[in-house]
Ligand binder design. Structure first.
Ligand SMILES: Nc1nc2c(ncn2[C@@H]2O[C@H](COP(=O)(O)OP(=O)(O)OP(=O)(O)O)[C@@H](O)[C@H]2O)c(=O)[nH]1
Ligand SMILES: [Mg+2]
Length: 432
């Protein structure tokens, strides 16, 4: 890879600092050509004070220049960073100046990270973690991405890969030396069971991770006038929804993003349910039901002491959380009780919602849709291998283990084709 790439690494908005980054053999030359004050050769990893100049020699900005000679850099190539003032126009001018160099071109999205991956600086899970960290919107998403960046996902997948490879080799050996088959049969079943348990745990962790990238919808629903909108406002801590003593106040679905205990989610308020609603209200109810169908969790809000059964029947129990509202008006009532006006029970409700969506403290593993599909294939082939093992058809076991290995290689990126890599790196913004 002989081209040198350049990109503005900081965001497109005005900021205190803006960074222009280059990677490749011409990085130092290109920067030296548009600056004054950079010694030749520059001191590695030293903050040089430089002046960036226009083609007519006029100063454009004063800033810092850091040079990371290959291979000890982010990408494994020579990397130069210009830290300037965070003016988008200035940074565009500086980038255009650098592009005047004959071998410098604009970086593609994710190309810095892709080069790091090509040069063995990061594996695919760490490269993905960079994108996930940049995109993270909640504290849990930040922590999960940081853990992956630290190698947690890589070591988890590596453990699975080693165990699978060892078992596959052993089965192949048993096929080649049938006199030893009986010995091998003793160990294949428990090791296969352990592998399946690991793959199962990974799938659970991937489910938890998916909640962090695709924030779940939590929908408040229930009969008219139950206090859903009052509860929605109380949970948000702001007067978002109109509240009124007359039934049928809410028509549209109202949405707000919240972050509770580090978990980001979409909270929705819906039209109260009742039979015989007139045209406009009925359309509101239909919208509410559509939101309910897509909800990760439905919070069934019914006043304490009122009959719950018809409302609870709207949603299956595994997707539903039952709440008794207006608990100040009625002493009895099972489950979670909230009094929206004085905030009683609100924190317990927030915790209950988070506990239902993310039942374990495990932040989860961040996988792409394609990786999750590979994981499903891995599990299917391990299951088929276990079935074949029970029937003592070792050739079939070996075949399924080979397919399982291929699925795992897709997942870890070691066996990933170009399209998979393109998809991974296309998720990045330019300059990453
Ligand atoms: N006493 C008491 N009244 C409440 C409580 N929560 C809400 N209310 C009252 O109940 C009435 C209805 O409240 P809303 O929040 O509009 O109820 P809703 O379920 O959104 O109603 P619709 O949108 O019409 O389905 C209002 O007069 C609220 O002031 C509560 O905890 N205690
Ligand atoms: Mg309402």
């Amino acid at each position: 890879m002989s081209s040198t790439i350049v990109a503005i690494a900081t965001g497109p908005a005005t900021g205190a600092v803006g960074i222009v980054r280059l990677s490749g053999p011409a990085a130092v030359d290109a920067v030296a050509a548009i600056t004054r004050g950079l010694p030749s050769p520059p001191t590695p990893r030293f903050a040089h004070r430089v002046t960036v100049v226009a083609a007519d020699g006029a100063a454009l900005d004063d800033g810092l220049c850091l040079v990371f000679p290959a291979p000890r850099s982010l990408t494994g190539e020579t990397v130069v960073e210009l830290q300037l003032h965070g003016s988008p126009r200035l940074l565009a001018l500086v980038q255009a100046r650098l592009l005047e160099h004959p071998t410098v071109r604009l970086a593609d999205p994710g190309e810095f990270t892709r080069r790091a991956w090509v040069n063995g600086k990061v594996d695919l899970t760490r490269a993905q973690a960079v994108a996930a960290l940049v995109e993270a919107r909640s504290e849990r998403a930040v922590r999960a991405a940081a853990a992956a960046l630290g190698g947690a996902t890589a070591s988890r997948l590596g453990g699975l890969e080693r165990a699978l490879r060892a078992l596959h080799a052993e089965v192949e050996a048993a096929l080649e030396f049938p006199q030893d088959v009986e010995d091998h049969e003793l160990t294949v079943a428990p090791r296969l069971a352990a592998l399946r348990a690991d793959a199962e745990a990974l799938a659970t962790a991937a489910g938890a991770g998916a909640l962090l990238s695709r924030e779940p919808a939590v929908v408040l629903y229930g009969p008219v006038n139950a206090g859903k909108s009052t509860l929605f406002n109380a949970l948000l801590g702001e007067e978002r929804a109109l509240v009124d003593p007359s039934p049928g106040t809410t028509r549209d679905v109202l949405e707000a993003r919240v972050e509770w205990q580090g978990l980001g989610l979409q909270l929705k308020d819906t039209a109260g349910l009742r039979d015989g609603a007139q045209a406009l209200e009925a359309r509101g109810i239909a919208r509410g039901r559509a939101a309910l169908d897509e909800a990760a969790l439905a919070v069934c809000v019914v006043p304490a002491g009122a009959a719950r059964a018809p409302w609870e029947a709207e949603v299956l129990a595994e997707r539903r959380l039952d709440v008794a509202s207006k608990s100040d008006l009625h002493a009895e009532g099972p489950g979670l009780r909230v009094h929206q006006h004085d905030g009683k029970g609100l924190e317990a409700l927030r915790r209950a919602i988070v506990a239902r969506l993310a039942p374990t403290a495990d932040l989860g593993v961040l996988l792409s849709d394609r990786q999750r599909a590979s994981l499903e294939q891995l599990r299917a082939h391990l299951g088929a291998a276990a079935e074949a093992e029970r029937l003592s058809t070792l050739e079939v076991v070996a075949g399924e283990l080979a397919l399982a290995s291929a699925a795992l290689a897709e997942l870890t990126g070691t066996g990933a084709g170009r399209d998979v890599l393109d998809e991974v790196f296309a998720r990045f913004c330019i300059g990453k």
